[in-house]
Design a protein around this ligand. Structure first.
Ligand SMILES: C[S@@+](CC[C@H](N)C(=O)[O-])C[C@H]1O[C@@H](n2cnc3c(N)ncnc32)[C@H](O)[C@@H]1O
Length: 238
C-alpha cells in the first residue's frame, strides 16, 4: 500500500512514521509513506504563502485552493487513489470498520488541514472521504492523518505477527477488549484472576467474552446497543 500525506507542516509527520509498527510495515515493504510539503506548490516564490483571509471576514486564515489543487492533481496524475481523505471535525467519526476497509486499498491520499481549514472547493471537488477523530478541535490534520495511517498500517496483511493479532483488539468484533495481565501472578497483593491461570481454554474464552461484554455495556452503551442490534437504522456508519 502507498499513503501520500500532504501538509503545510510536514515536519510534524516524520517521527511517528519512523517507529514501531508503521516503521516495521515500511521496512517490510508492506507500506510506502510519502510526505509532501504544500508550500512547495505555492505560487508565492518569496514567502511560500499558501493561506489567505476568509471571504466574509472573521478571525483565522484559510488554506487556499490553488496550492492544494496543484499538489493533489499532480499526485493524481501519477496514480489512481482509492480514497482522497480529509480529516475534519465535521467529518463522520473515524471507526475501526473504516480502517479495516482502507487497509485493503492500494493508494490513499490524506490532506492535512490547517488554520481555519481548507477552501471548501477543495472538499467539494477533490475529497472523497472526510473523517473526524473526535469531538474536539486540533490545530491541524497531521495528528489525525497519522492516526489513520497507524490504524490502517497495522491491518495490512502480514504487518502484525500472531502475538499482536489485530483480530483480538477492541472494536474488531464490535466490543471493547477484555482486561489483560502478565507476570507475576501476584503483584503487591493484586492477583491475576484464577481462570487465566487454569489452562482451560474454553473457560478463558468465556471469561474474556463476559469481561468484554460487561466493559462495553458499562463504558460504551452506544457500542453495546449496536452490538446487540446491528441492523438498527443509525447503526450503519458508511
Ligand atoms: C483548527 S482546525 C479547523 C477547525 C475548523 N475551523 C472547524 O471549526 O471545524 C485545522 C484542521 O485540523 C484538522 N482537525 C482538527 N480537529 C480535528 C478532528 N477532531 N478530527 C479530524 N481533523 C481535525 C482538520 O484538518 C482541520 O482542517
Amino acid at each position: 500500500m502507498r499513503i501520500d500525506l500532504v501538509s503545510a507542516v510536514p515536519d510534524l509527520l516524520h517521527s511517528p512514521l519512523e517507529h514501531s509498527i508503521v516503521k516495521r510495515a515500511r521496512e517490510g515493504g508492506y507500506l510506502e509513506v510519502h510526505v509532501h510539503n504544500l508550500r512547495d506548490w505555492s505560487q508565492d516564490l518569496k514567502h511560500r504563502k499558501i493561506d489567505d483571509y476568509a471571504y466574509g471576514g472573521g478571525a483565522g486564515m484559510v488554506l487556499q485552493a490553488q496550492p492544494i489543487f496543484d499538489c493533489l492533481e499532480s499526485l493524481m496524475a501519477e496514480r489512481a487513489y482509492d480514497h482522497v481523505i480529509f480529516p475534519s471535525p465535521d467529518g463522520i467519526p473515524f471507526r475501526q470498520e473504516h480502517a479495516n476497509r482502507l487497509s485493503l486499498c492500494g493508494n490513499l491520499l490524506i490532506l492535512c488541514g490547517h488554520y481555519k481549514g481548507v477552501d471548501q472547493r477543495v472538499r467539494d471537488v477533490l475529497i472523497t472521504d472526510e473523517y473526524s477523530l473526535g469531538d474536539y478541535v486540533l490545530s491541524g490534520g497531521e495528528l489525525p492523518a497519522l492516526v489513520i495511517t497507524d490504524a490502517v498500517a497495522r491491518l495490512i496483511p502480514g504487518v502484525l505477527g500472531d502475538a499482536e493479532s489485530a483480530l483480538e483488539d477492541s472494536f474488531m468484533d464490535g466490543l471493547l477488549g477484555p482486561p489483560v495481565y502478565s507476570r507475576p501472578e501476584d503483584f503487591r497483593g493484586h492477583r491475576v484472576p484464577d481462570v487465566l491461570l487454569s489452562g482451560n481454554h474454553r473457560k478463558v474464552a468465556e471469561w474474556r467474552y463476559q469481561q468484554a461484554t460487561e466493559r462495553t455495556r458499562t463504558r460504551r452503551p452506544d457500542l453495546f446497543d449496536e452490538y446487540q442490534n446491528p441492523s438498527n437504522p443509525g447503526n450503519d456508519h458508511g
